[in-house]
Ligand binder design. Structure first.
Ligand SMILES: Nc1nc2c(c(=O)[nH]1)N[C@H]1C(S)=C(S)[C@@H](COP(=O)(O)OP(=O)(O)OC[C@H]3O[C@@H](n4cnc5c(=O)[nH]c(N)nc54)[C@H](O)[C@@H]3O)O[C@H]1N2
Ligand SMILES: Nc1nc2c(c(=O)[nH]1)N[C@H]1C(S)=C(S)[C@@H](COP(=O)(O)OP(=O)(O)OC[C@H]3O[C@@H](n4cnc5c(=O)[nH]c(N)nc54)[C@H](O)[C@@H]3O)O[C@H]1N2
Ligand code: SF4
Ligand SMILES: [Mo]
Length: 708
């Protein structure tokens, strides 16, 4: 038996795991007690790493689709086939005819974060898409506008705060996001143990809310109104305190004016939160020395995600909780992505150009997912004719799945870099499958930059890459070289990149980074990381401003103009009547793609609609009966769960289900198929400011399903 130490790449918590193997089998996966950051914690998904590795449905070789049947290909044959077709399309229709979609696991995959992503983003097309516009785009936009760099998203210093206000996040299910912090349950408990408090604002009394000191229901999509009222209250009561930041801030006057009309009384009927509670919240944030307001995906993926994300950072700044211990802080990662991104020309930007069909703004060189289908469907110059998907399942993860699916069927070429034939990749002409997560080395190049302590950990692969397999980065580099270089240069480039691999990037970046050679002989190198298989704790977060700011004037802008001009939209917003929908995450799911593990899907059906008893009885719905959920886009049917954990007027359906689509080859998932909420969500419903999809707060009708 051999023992290996690595980190789980399935979510942002980055837990250390011990993997025991015998020959080519995984015998066990457990938490690594010696990992200084996760201290032995893992969730049930960590154990399922073994299932992914041994999954018979996982592709081991490239496949080409011929009608409904798949044929295996050799790698060179597959690369030549794909590159040949892509080149033809590019020659006939131009570079923008090739679109790229990168999904969530990109961020958890060293080879993709370093080499793969760069290769895919430099194919020369404007049609770049990713899960960003279904997720954290508003946080990145706020970071760009306020701090001058889109990667400069601050994280809550959860280990030192005395008040943790959690808005639109459920870390006990999600294990934390833009807050890499393994074992959030213990970290929240520790806040309470040191006399502090946890307050959750959420339209559902979530797993996190159940353990909080106080939970307050909030109407979906109204966070910006709540936060403006908090800003108003802070000024009205003389509680604004800029502290150390005072000399680094601009835009205060404009911010104050923007919030002037938003009294707690005005916000109360909109948010569903009593004016007295809004006042109380503002005061608690202001008078608690170490407090943090943390907002996450519920704040972003809604009609006013841009405003809400900006105001989250702003409220922290006004209460002197930005860039101070116990507040919202910036990290000092050993591998600093900021200079790397800048050197590669990915230094961000917003609305420098707009999409061809409906004029949606670019962000960071990407277009929002809400326009991908129309860019494929709409004829004319620049129409998308080919699509490369990598580590994504947009048919299930993007609103308007059926339309996107239909659009994909019309593509001249679709290629997917993915280990599975799933709801999206079944439509590809060629699938290029990467190695299993245990067959690649690991360094959390992206997530360490958002960790609540500065940490660094490199792990070699548990299993050596089989000769017949390819890493994600090798696949991306091979396609890039074939598309971008002449034949001669291509061979050399591939050999050089192949020889160096992502390890060279880690070594170089860590050496030039803040914990590297500038610290003399104690500085970090890849060799030092290799010698510390459980990881290295570099200590708590430290104040980073103003040095870290990317803005030319070295100021934090509290009132960027893009937000000020968006405010009138908030003022005229009509309160939706009837029911609105929110999402839901479950500890044993991971977006759409971990439902093929028996151990993760056993037990009660999770793809249900949760609703308040009053909403259910008004519609004659009974527990366990089936509901029909209807929008202008269509209808889905699923079992009802009646629970007073839901805010009245709000229903909840998880995303990532709907595994009964014909042609997908996920044998376990198909037995617990469920339905996809994104089949009926309207892709045109977005945050008009940022282009982010509004996944929460859309109107739905619910009725009892006909018994068949
Ligand atoms: N209604 C609704 N929709 C949502 C959300 C919501 O809350 N509500 N959440 C949104 C969010 S936050 C996100 S991030 C998106 C996620 O959207 P996506 O990233 O599009 O979807 P995933 O389900 O994460 O699919 C991941 C895909 O990557 C593959 N994969 C896994 N590991 C690897 C790897 O190492 N290499 C490669 N090449 N492939 C790999 C899997 O097989 C799977 O096909 O969904 C969004 N969609
Ligand atoms: N187990 C598991 N873990 C995951 C994932 C998973 O699918 N499963 N996905 C991963 C990904 S890609 C991400 S991005 C992260 C996300 O991590 P989190 O942000 O923690 O995501 P959720 O658990 O969806 O929590 C969002 C909360 O917002 C609430 N909400 C919905 N609408 C609103 C609103 O308008 N206002 C407010 N204030 N709240 C609202 C929801 O009820 C929900 O409780 O999780 C990651 N971790
Ligand atoms: S919380 Fe679970 S899925 Fe996330 S890294 Fe830890 S073990 Fe993996
Ligand atoms: Mo996400």
């Amino acid at each position: 038996m051999t023992t290996h130490f690595t980190s789980c790449p399935l979510c942002e918590a980055t837990c250390g795991v011990v993997v025991e193997t015998e020959g080519d089998r995984v015998v066990s996966v457990r938490g690594d007690d010696a990992d200084p950051f996760s201290k032995g914690y893992i969730c049930p998904k960590g154990t399922a790493l073994a299932d992914l590795h041994h999954d018979p449905d996982r592709l081991r070789k490239p496949v080409r689709r011929d009608g409904d049947t798949w044929h295996e290909l050799e790698w060179d044959e597959a690369f030549d086939l794909v590159a040949g077709k892509l080149k033809g399309i590019r020659a006939r229709h131009g570079r923008d005819a090739i679109a790229v979609y990168q999904g969530n696991p990109t961020a958890h995959n060293l080879g993709l974060v370093t080499i793969g992503q760069v290769a895919l983003r430099t194919l020369g097309t404007k049609n770049l898409y990713s899960a960003t516009s279904l997720d954290q785009l508003p946080h990145m936009l706020a970071a760009l506008q306020m701090f001058g760099n889109q990667l400069l998203m601050p994280v809550p210093d959860v280990d030192r705060c005395e008040l943790f206000v959690c808005l639109g996040a459920n870390p006990l299910a999600s294990n934390g996001s833009i807050m890499t912090a393994p074992d959030m349950r213990a970290r929240l408990k520790a806040i309470q143990a040191r006399g502090g408090r946890v307050i959750v604002l959420d339209p559902r009394r979530t797993e996190t809310a159940e353990r909080a000191d106080r939970h307050i229901f909030i109407r979906p999509g109204t966070d910006a109104v709540l936060l403006l009222a908090i800003v108003h209250e802070l000024y009205a009561t003389g509680h604004v305190k800029l502290g150390r930041l005072a000399s680094m801030i601009k835009g205060e006057r404009e911010l104050r004016a923007a919030a002037a009309a938003w009294t707690p009384e005005r916000a109360a009927p909109i948010t569903g939160i009593a004016a007295a509670d809004i006042r109380w919240l503002a005061r608690e944030l202001a008078v608690t020395e170490r407090a943090v307001l943390y907002g996450r995906i519920g704040v972003c993926t809604q009609e006013f995600g841009g405003l809400a994300a900006w105001l989250c950072y702003t409220v922290n700044a006004l209460t002197s909780h930005l860039d101070t211990p116990g507040g919202l802080m910036f990290t000092t990662p050993a591998l600093d992505p900021l200079p790397l991104a800048a050197r590669l020309g990915f230094d961000g930007g917003f609305a420098r150009w707009t999409s061809r069909v409906s004029g949606k703004p670019e962000f960071g060189g990407e277009l929002p997912m809400s326009v991908l289908a129309e860019e494929i469907e709409t004829a004319g110059d620049g129409q998308v004719r080919a699509l490369i998907t990598s580590a994504g399942n947009p048919v299930l993860s993007a609103p308007g799945g059926p339309r996107l699916e239909q659009a994909m069927r019309g593509l001249e070429l679709m290629v997917s870099i993915d280990p599975y034939i799933n709801e999206t990749t079944r439509l590809a002409h060629v699938i290029l499958p990467p190695v299993s997560p245990l067959e690649r080395s690991h360094y959390d190049a992206a997530l360490n930059a958002f960790a609540v302590r500065n940490i660094a950990k490199y792990s070699p692969a548990v299993f050596e890459r089989p000769a017949h397999a390819r890493h994600d980065w090798e696949i991306c580099a091979a396609l890039w070289a074939r598309l971008r270089l002449p034949k001669l240069g291509r061979g050399i480039a591939e050999r050089v990149i192949g020889r160096l691999g992502p390890e060279a990037v880690v070594d170089m970046a860590v050496r030039v980074g803040p914990w590297g050679l500038r610290r003399g002989r104690s500085g970090l190198t890849l060799a030092k990381l290799r010698a510390a298989p459980h990881g290295i704790d570099l200590g708590p977060l430290e104040p980073r401003l103003p040095d870290r700011l990317g803005s030319a004037d070295r100021k934090v802008d509290l009132a960027p103009s893009i937000y000020l001009v968006d405010l009138p939209r908030l003022a005229v917003r009509a309160q939706p009547h009837g029911l609105v929908i929110i999402g839901r995450r479950h500890l044993r799911s991971n977006n759409s793609w971990l439902h093929n593990s028996e151990r993760l899907v056993k037990g009660l059906t999770r793809c249900t609609i949760m609703m308040h008893p009053d909403d259910a009885s008004a519609r004659r719905l009974a527990e366990g009966g089936n509901a029909r959920v209807i929008t202008a886009r269509g209808a889905i049917e699923l079992p009802v769960e009646i629970t007073d954990t839901m805010m009245p007027g709000v229903v909840s359906i998880p995303h990532g289900w709907g595994h009964s689509r014909k042609g997908a080859k996920l044998h376990v998932a198909a037995t617990v198929a469920g339905v996809s909420i994104n089949d009926i969500l309207d892709p045109a419903c977005t945050d008009e400011l940022s282009g982010t999809s509004a996944l929460t707060g859309q109107r739905v009708e619910v009725e009892a399903a006909e018994v068949s």
